[in-house]
Design a protein around this ligand. Structure first.
Ligand code: Z3D
Length: 659
């Protein structure tokens, strides 16, 4: 090969800094990470290059509104891992980008310092004009006149002053930050832009309570919004933040379900609230027996006065009597015989509803109508939607609809009820759901809980999937509760309320209702889904004292308001689950007895270093639920938990010295 031939592929650009391993990034940037307002976003990246040059970098942050902010990147322990901390002071969609460049100025000064220290006067004299040139280039790159830079350049070249003296001056602190940013714009390396969705704090930390409005009348008649309003003081006092209502719309008649999911109903049966729509209206109407739209708006306001928020169900399906079925038959898949196949979520059959055909020819009008339903309720003060079976509707619909709503109303929270396979569940969270139901109800042993929580808190999932640990739902009465009775309810409550910053119970939980419709089923006997179910909320043995205490402890303890601050503790008994939740100035240790049938004892190991506890002296721990104080010593301590007394310890370290 002759030297005249150009060998292709030789890069033209000057050496670039490599930017790698940027966090937080979800799926290479395809989806946003999630944070809440008030959080500090820690942006990190690996920055390195060949040679000995120093590197500098910054992060450019675009808030949802207002000017782009520039923050310097710095490294701490690892010289190749850089970070910046961004105060997330607004809700909405943020983005950030990493920029890095070779820091020629500081590199040059470092070398100069070595030469000065070694007294290499000749070299020093030869180097000064190089620096002057660099400063002039930098001034040029900045576009405008940069008098500081130009003056400094002239001073460097001033032969009247001895070279060593000039060098010492340029090594002084005034010159350290003379050049900011890349000298040559060509040397600027940029990452992609990555998004972060910042939600309001309630998206992260809230205690939820689910109730059926129609069951709230004290005397067994059909309850109304007014009856719900009467329960608000109690729910507020119990420390709940969100009251979630199953659908409040008119219930259809065709194929209405009877008690205990009977495909045939009896006269007087109220039907399932998820069978939305009748001649009285569809998704923007209110079931007449609950009251009027004004009554509902009144309820929303009254809830607000009690510090509670109302969450509505968003179930995109129709009873065959829904007005859409008549007006828009083309929004459904009509069979050749004119009928529409009922909806299902295998193996569950929903004979009383028909699914929408999201890919019908008129899909633009259909999707539009679906989103208008959300705007309708948003206008009436609703900001939280629990979304029914989202995995049975197109992912593309959710990506579009959630974006459309949140672009206008970034304070809206969407809670995904996707009980489906893990990847689909995660996929919905990535596409925009603010929080998600989980497999928590089915994780009852210590290893299941450790494995699941480790996934939720330590993998990429923590960036985009916010669990909401419901301890029961109208669809899920787990065998653990059926067989374990009140002690099982207690421990599940303790776990839900302390493992996840968002948790909830469906009413009846406080009464430890646990009769299944038949053995082996997770459905309740005489389920409220198909009938009105009045209760005495103060019945003997109710769990309200524990619920109240836990909800208030959650409010008082920042350690219980975060998800990823969880560390499991070793125990010598697999029935004892131990974990440590930490926040600045707030360390809590939970030891729960997972055996609802009898006492369990064993040792639990505390990380003395992490908890800042003495190795050689005893210390005290206080149970925040019982008030009892225990004297402990060293790493391993003895615990005995009797379900007749309590589900577990929720311990705070007593920081005062023992007298
Ligand atoms: C669940 C809903 C209820 C009943 C069914 C009934 C259906 C329609 C389901 C469908 C989605 C979600 C709800 N998982 O309760 O099912 O259980 O028997 O056919 O009325 O409503 O919306 O939690």
């Amino acid at each position: 090969m002759s030297t005249r031939d150009t060998i292709p592929g030789i890069p033209r650009r000057p050496p670039h800094v490599v930017i790698e391993g940027v966090t937080p990034v979800v799926d290479g940037g395809r989806h946003p990470a999630k944070r809440t307002q008030g959080d500090t976003l820690v942006v990190e990246a690996d920055l390195f290059k060949d040679g000995h040059d120093r590197i500098d970098g910054r992060v450019r942050v675009r808030p949802p509104e207002g000017r782009v902010r520039t923050l310097p990147l710095a490294y701490h322990f690892d010289p190749d891992r850089w970070e910046a901390r961004v105060a997330l002071d607004a809700i909405g969609r943020w983005s950030f980008r990493i920029e890095a460049w070779p820091d020629h100025w500081r590199t040059w000064r470092d070398e100069l310092r070595k030469r000065v220290d070694a007294d290499q006067e000749e070299d020093v004299a030869a180097e000064l004009p190089e620096a002057a040139l660099m400063l002039r280039k930098a001034a040029e790159a900045q576009g405008r006149s940069a008098p500081g830079l130009l003056e400094a350049a002239s001073a460097l070249e001033d032969d009247a002053v001895p070279a060593m003296e000039r060098a010492r001056r340029v090594l002084g602190p005034d010159y350290e930050d003379l050049v900011v940013g890349p000298i040559d714009p060509e040397e600027l390396a940029c990452s992609d832009d990555y998004e972060v969705v910042v939600d309001r704090p309630l998206a992260r930390f809230a205690s939820w309570y689910e109730l059926f409005p129609r069951s709230q009348a004290p005397d067994g008649r059909h309850g109304s919004f007014r009856d719900v309003a009467r329960r608000l003081p109690e729910l507020a006092e119990l420390g709940f933040d969100v009251v979630y209502l199953p659908p409040i719309h008119p219930i259809g008649h065709s194929h209405r379900k009877g008690r205990n999911n009977d495909p045939v109903c009896q006269p007087g049966d109220p039907g399932s609230p998820w069978a939305i729509g009748s001649e009285e209206g569809g998704h923007t109407a209110v079931h007449p027996e609950l009251g009027t739209l004004e009554d509902f708006e009144h309820l929303v306001r009254e809830a607000g006065e009690h510090g509670l928020e109302i969450a509505l169900d968003y179930a995109l399906q129709c009873s065959p009597d829904h007005p859409w079925v008549r007006k828009h038959p083309d929004w459904f898949r009509v069979r050749r015989d004119g009928s529409i196949r009922h909806a299902e979520n295998p193996p569950k059959k929903y004979q009383d509803i028909v699914p929408l055909h999201f890919w019908c020819d008129d899909r633009e009008a259909l999707w539009q109508a679906c989103v208008e339903v959300l705007f309708f309720w948003i206008e009436r003060g609703v900001r939280i939607f629990r979304v029914d079976n989202p995995h049975t509707k197109p992912l593309a619909f959710w990506e579009w609809a959630l974006r459309v709503v949140q672009d206008r109303h970034p304070d809206v929270i969407f809670f995904s009820e996707a009980f489906t396979r893990p990847k689909r569940m995660k996929g919905l969270a990535k596409l925009g759901f603010t929080q998600s139901y989980t497999y928590f109800t089915w994780k009852n042993t210590a290893w299941e809980l450790r494995e699941y929580l480790t996934e939720l808190t330590t993998t990429e999932m923590a960036e985009y999937f916010r669990p909401n640990f419901f301890a029961n739902t109208p669809d899920i009465l787990h065998a653990y509760l059926q067989h374990g009775g009140r002690p099982a309810f207690r421990v599940r409550l303790l776990l839900a309320a302390t493992l996840s910053p968002s948790y909830g119970i469906y009413s009846g939980f406080e009464l430890a209702e646990n009769e299944p419709v038949r053995p082996g089923s997770e459905e309740y006997l005489d389920s409220e889904k198909y009938q009105i179910k009045p209760r005495d909320w103060d019945a003997a043995g109710n769990l309200k004292p524990e619920i109240r205490l836990l909800n208030h402890l959650r409010r008082d303890h920042p350690a219980l308001q975060r998800l990823t601050n969880l560390i499991f503790l070793d125990t010598t008994n697999e029935q004892l689950l131990g974990y440590w939740k930490s926040a600045p100035g707030d360390d809590l240790v939970v030891v729960a007895n997972l055996d609802p049938f009898g006492p369990q004892e064993g040792m639990v190991r505390l990380p003395l270093g992490g908890l800042d506890l003495p190795v050689d002296r005893p210390y005290r721990v206080r149970d925040l639920m019982s008030g009892e104080v225990y004297l402990w010593r060293g790493e391993w301590n003895y615990v005995r938990l009797d379900p007749a007394e309590r589900a577990g310890h929720l311990l705070e370290i007593v920081r005062e010295e023992i007298p």
